[in-house]
Design a binder for this molecule. Structure first.
Ligand code: ATP
Ligand code: MG
Length: 403
């Protein structure tokens, strides 16, 4: 039996205070694609939750959209019925018949919630009236109020009632964009797409920047990053991807001879460029996929020296996660299979044999000061940046007008 409604619950904490209206509006906007695909879908806001009236919309299509919206506490496929007790009982019975098992008796309880205080039956009475009806008309159910296999929810509202058995956890966090915008440094690896997703989940709108060393890195490596951006775009609709030509800077940094500081200097140049792009795009933070201790450039001392290249905050959502935890998220969000395709990153190409794990900011700044024209090269890289708009499920569209 197909549900005719989906009850969507926004996170209770996020609903407190002045943010409430803004958050609800954002979630409603993110449901629009569902209505574009299925124009008869009804979407309404009802006291801290959203009701999706499915009409011809398959529940699975709604669930697919809901799973990509941040800031939801949970949602339930539900059956909307009239307030007549007979209607409620019949729908509940139909639902419980479907869940009966041929292998033996299952346990259930009825949980009634009554926000309509004028309703003639209170919650206790409803539990008995509905539960008793099910016990009388089925063979396969026993009541267990403490550890039931199935909870049958009966939710009495002002003008209608809902009957359901499933509460699907939402992805949590805050609605996309309700906490501002960040610029994600997106490589082709496993970590940075996860950092991007976690940032979006915490309510940040993101744009992505990728540094390529064409022709040392291939066209295919670029395409891989576009593919990763497209996966992330499934959560935001579209994603702007800024492609920065990084070859000249890398060659210059390599020439200065301090091999052990090369990666640190490269990362600092990346942050400086990303910061300028962030300023132009009104992003208030940079986001990286760095986590503690994975490689030489991710010791606390290295992160310190790298981070000092930028004035705006550098967010590192993965900082306390180990590789196993990061991989789990990347599998969940769909970026893992793309991330593990072989590719050359501009950093790995120029990798020195013994990178410093304990760089000093004074030495690094001295080395940078000896590189002629570094500021100018950084300016040129920013000017040479090409931007594309990546749309979920579509190929990239070039954008010239942004910078
Ligand atoms: P990832 O799996 O994200 O590549 P990693 O563990 O391989 O991370 P590094 O390669 O040292 O670590 O990169 C650290 C972070 O620096 C990345 O997570 C990313 O945010 C940024 N970064 C590295 N290379 C690039 C690049 N070519 N373009 C954009 N950002 C990059
Ligand atoms: Mg990497």
């Amino acid at each position: 039996m197909n549900p005719n409604t989906v009850i969507v619950r926004l996170g209770e904490l996020t609903l407190k205070g002045r943010n409430r209206h803004r958050f609800e509006k954002r979630v409603l906007q993110q449901l629009q694609p569902l209505r574009e695909q299925y124009p008869n879908t009804g979407i309404s806001l009802e006291f801290g939750r959203i009701h999706i009236d499915l009409q011809e919309t398959p529940y699975e299509a709604a669930a697919e959209v809901l799973d990509k919206i941040f800031g939801l506490a949970s949602y339930s496929p539900a059956h909307r019925v009239s307030l007549e007790l007979e209607d409620i009982r019949e729908k509940a019975l139909e639902l419980m018949r479907e869940l009966e098992s041929p292998e033996g008796k299952r346990t259930f309880k009825v949980a009634a919630k009554r926000s309509n205080k004028k309703y003639p039956h209170d919650s206790m009475a409803l539990m008995q009236l509905v539960g008793g009806h099910i016990l009388r008309h089925t063979q396969g159910w026993l009541v267990d109020v403490h550890h039931p296999e199935v909870t049958l929810w009966v939710d009495i509202r002002d003008k209608e009632a809902f009957v359901f058995t499933d509460i699907v956890p939402g992805s949590g966090g805050y609605p996309l964009g309700t906490n501002g915008k960040g610029m994600l440094l997106l490589s082709g690896g496993i970590d940075s797409p996860v950092a991007g997703w976690l940032s979006m989940r915490m309510g940040l709108e993101i744009e992505a920047v990728h540094f390529h060393s064409y022709p040392y890195t291939s066209e295919r490596a670029k395409r891989k990053v576009e593919d990763l951006a497209r996966e992330l775009a499934r959560y935001s609709g579209t994603l702007k991807l800024h492609m920065v030509p990084f070859t000249d800077i890398q060659v210059k940094l390599k020439e200065q001879g301090r091999e052990n500081l090369l990666v640190i200097c490269m990362k600092r140049a990346m942050l400086r460029i990303a910061e300028q792009l962030a300023e132009r795009r009104s992003a208030k933070a940079l986001i990286t996929g760095e986590s503690l201790g994975q490689v030489a450039s991710q010791t606390l001392a290295s992160l310190d020296v790298i981070g000092r290249a930028a004035q705006i905050p550098v967010l590192r959502p993965l900082i306390t996660m180990d590789k196993g935890e990061i991989v789990k998220v990347s599998e969940k969000i769909g970026t893992f299979p793309i991330s593990i395709q072989p590719y050359e990153d501009c950093c790995t190409l120029f990798l020195p044999k013994s990178p410093s794990t304990n760089p000093s900011i004074r030495t690094v700044e001295k080395v940078e000061a000896m590189i002629p024209g570094l500021d100018e090269l950084i300016r040129l890289a920013v000017e040479g940046t090409e931007t594309q708009v990546i749309e979920a499920g579509q190929s990239a569209r070039e954008l010239d007008e942004l910078f």
